[in-house]
Design a protein around this ligand. Structure first.
Ligand code: ATP
Length: 322
């Protein structure tokens, strides 16, 4: 349904999206996940034809977004990070306005009524948008994306700024929309995509660092090859010491969870057991080993290690980042 091949976007000398490729099959709900500034909005804007790419190809429903833009755009319903709402219009006026703008051919009254039913807007149809709560405004944003019944929905940070109850409601709405649409949802919140999506595409620094189901990711990154250690001492020096131990494939700092110490994820090469050597070396440097256990990693840990700053990853041995 969506094919992204070698997509690159440069802003002057800054490469915001760096040669990324991924595809989305019909009916899938994909979470496009990454920290602030990772390149999510830039990618979403290129996918929807709002922004041109510097390089690469994007096709939506078989249509090239550059050379066959109208057909590609007609296949997409887009909810940008800041939905383009007109506060002085009522919900009714706005949805009719968007219907005209999109040159929708479906029976007007019936189509708009059906959308309002699906996104639960019936109760506020006659209200001015400026008088709606943020949660309801987001529903109006989703409603405009649904006009024309596009097969693909692209939702950029759809729950940002909502309260916890509204977040639950919007997530459940997106899940239900996924039954009839292919959905790409961008977010920097892992539980969000975990709750809603079939597959995660994780982007960091403009590059894709993982593309897998949550189960695959957990399986791939949780094995007895991994240890987690909490060590008191300077982060960079400790990282450097661990990386030099024979049998260590990769070490990643997971940040500080206790004052004066940092947690590390240590990946061992097949058959290696680095625990005794680690203990001895840390003791020599007088850096207390506060805990050491076989890693039972949550998806949150995996996400954190995948989006570690490149400077820290550069201090790892083996350097097998994807
Ligand atoms: P956020 O979650 O904060 O919206 P994001 O993952 O959506 O982040 P983008 O907005 O795509 O990230 O930005 C990616 C990088 O490109 C950032 O470093 C950002 O500062 C830069 N950037 C985005 N738009 C422009 C622009 N118009 N001109 C220059 N740099 C830009």
């Amino acid at each position: 349904m969506i094919e992204v091949k070698n997509l690159t976007k440069r802003y002057g000398t800054h490469t915001a999206v760096d040669n990324i490729s991924f595809s989305v099959k019909e009916g899938e709900i994909i979470g496009f996940l990454g920290p602030n500034g990772a390149g999510k909005s830039t990618t979403m804007n290129i996918l929807t034809g709002y922004l041109s790419s510097s390089d690469g190809v994007v096709t939506v429903n078989g249509h090239d977004i550059l050379t066959d833009a109208n057909a590609a755009k007609a296949s997409i319903g887009y909810l940008p990070e800041l939905p383009p709402l007109y506060p002085d219009m009522t919900v009714r006026e706005y949805l009719n306005f968007m219907y005209d703008l999109k040159k929708c051919k479906l029976p007007r009254a019936q189509h708009i009524e059906e959308i309002c039913r699906v996104v639960k807007l019936e109760g506020v149809f006659g209200r001015l948008i400026k008088n709606l709560s943020k949660g309801y405004r987001q529903r109006v944003g989703i409603a405009q994306a649904l006009i024309g019944n596009p097969p693909v929905l692209i939702l950029d940070e759809p729950t940002v700024g909502l309260d916890p109850m509204q977040i639950i409601e919007i997530r459940s709405l997106i899940k239900s929309l996924g039954k009839y649409h292919t959905v790409i949802l961008s977010s920097h919140i892992l539980p969000e995509v975990e709750a809603v999506c079939d597959r995660l595409v994780i982007i960091n620094g403009g590059k894709i660092v993982a593309d897998a189901t949550p189960e695959e990711l957990t399986r791939q990154y949780s094995s007895s090859h991994h240890l987690t250690a909490r060590i008191a001492g300077a982060e960079e020096s400790v990282t450097d010491l661990i990386a030099k131990i024979r049998g260590v494939k990769k070490v990643t700092s997971l940040g500080s969870k206790e004052p004066g110490s940092f947690d590390y994820l240590i990946e061992q090469v097949d058959g290696a057991d680095v625990r005794a050597e680690l203990f001895n070396r840390l003791a020599t440097r007088k850096w207390p080993l506060l805990s050491l256990k076989t890693a039972d990693r949550t998806l949150e840990d995996i996400f954190t290690s995948l989006i570690q700053a490149p400077s820290l990853a550069a201090g790892t041995k083996g350097g097998n980042r994807k």
